[in-house]
Design a protein around this ligand. Sequence first.
Ligand code: FCB
Length: 485
Amino acid sequence: MFVFVLILLSIAIIVIKWYLARIYASLYWCWDNGNEEKRIFIDTDDVSFPQSFLWGTASASYQCEGPGDRAPTKSNWSEWEPQHIKRGQQCGIAVDHYHRYKEDIELMSTLGCNAYRFSLAWDKIEPIEGQYDQDVLGHYHDVLRELHRQSIVPMITFHHFVHPLWFEERSSFLNSTNSSAFIRFSVDMFKEFQDECHLWCTINEPEVYVSGGYFTGIFPPGRKSQPNEASLVLQNLLQAHVDIYDGIKSIARQPDQHSIGIVKDIFQFDPYHPLNPLDVYISRLLDYAMNGCILDFFRTGSFKWTMPGSTPRTFTNSRAPHTNDFIGLNYYSHFLVRFNPFKPSSFEIVHRQDDSGPSLMTDMAYPLYPEGLYRACVRLKDELPRVPIYITENGIADRCDDRRHLFLRRYLYALSRAINEAGCDVRGYFYWSLTDNFEWAEGYDMKFGLYDVNLQTQERTLRDGAKYFQQVIQKHRAKYQKKIT
Ligand code: FCB
């Protein structure tokens, strides 16, 4: 009898372990890990993309423009910078994209790009509440004109982490009555540019804005561990998205011609040990707080946010499921979460340095994880069926330029597989970023650019590792060119 129970118990344990490992283990493909037995040759040249695919680069005004023709305007970020950026750095004139946009658009064209995602600088456009600066609006008309001249499709973002100081001073999105100013700004900008742009992103990475500003405190307003404020800000951002969508559609001259979406970053939280229930529990919790609750809101119209030690937040908005003509996916990597009772938060983010996963790190504190891009696309397809996807950001910080080539090869391969194998409706890919730029709390230490920029001379040089991007675009576009001629 005892032996029988023991056998049953062993079988049960094996089955449970197998089941948990299947459900919770991160996906890893065997690229070429030096282990002959496990080696499966992945042919990263085997990629294909839809004919009408958009190939572009992405940027945010604050990170690349510089102040332009005026004295620097005051924003949440301009006030935050002193003492908060690595090694005391400041954004300054950045890569002076405000003045060099023609040169930069020419570089895009040289790469073969047919799209460009950029954000409008709300702080420059409306430095004083209710007064739009016509010269700055004129500047963006010039940018759009130049893009069209080079046959590059524009995609505009209304909020990419930065807003005017007057908005910050009244607690920005912490106070729901403030959202009306942002909604009014976004709808006005749509009115202004609707003849020149058809792709619109409302808000960039709401959960990153929230976690930086109200959890880790590395973004303004620098609040730390404030879950109740965080969830309220998230609620107000998501509600603002819905109102902007409806506002634009109700005034657009040709509503069907315009696609509007939110930009969601998916950074998966995976358990370090898929067989450790505590690792699994914490990673699920974090993943839901950062990703799941937002996707659920857009799928069902109901938002539920809960974190141990905070007041759960719930609300509904039946319009939400109808307010994304596309979803912008920013994808970089994943985090492995391990339970650690000695940490104040009871967990830590760790990196795996063995052959069961990628050990190659980017200069940011996360690894190369192309499989995650595949997973993120599949997740969006499953959770928001019929909503097309644009990869609105994906890129690598690689100071030595010794991983960029591999990064591009593998992530583009993963993307192609998501489209062709998993049937994800991905319509475009925007690399972050054309040039190096001001990487928020990290300052200029992180080199994401396809082009290296000498900040003294502003000279741009294409990095060797970036050439693969150019090759893929050109090969891909030539393929269809041939079919047409
Ligand atoms: C994203 C941000 C973008 C840039 C990249 C590296 O989270 O949207 O502005 O900083 O990371």
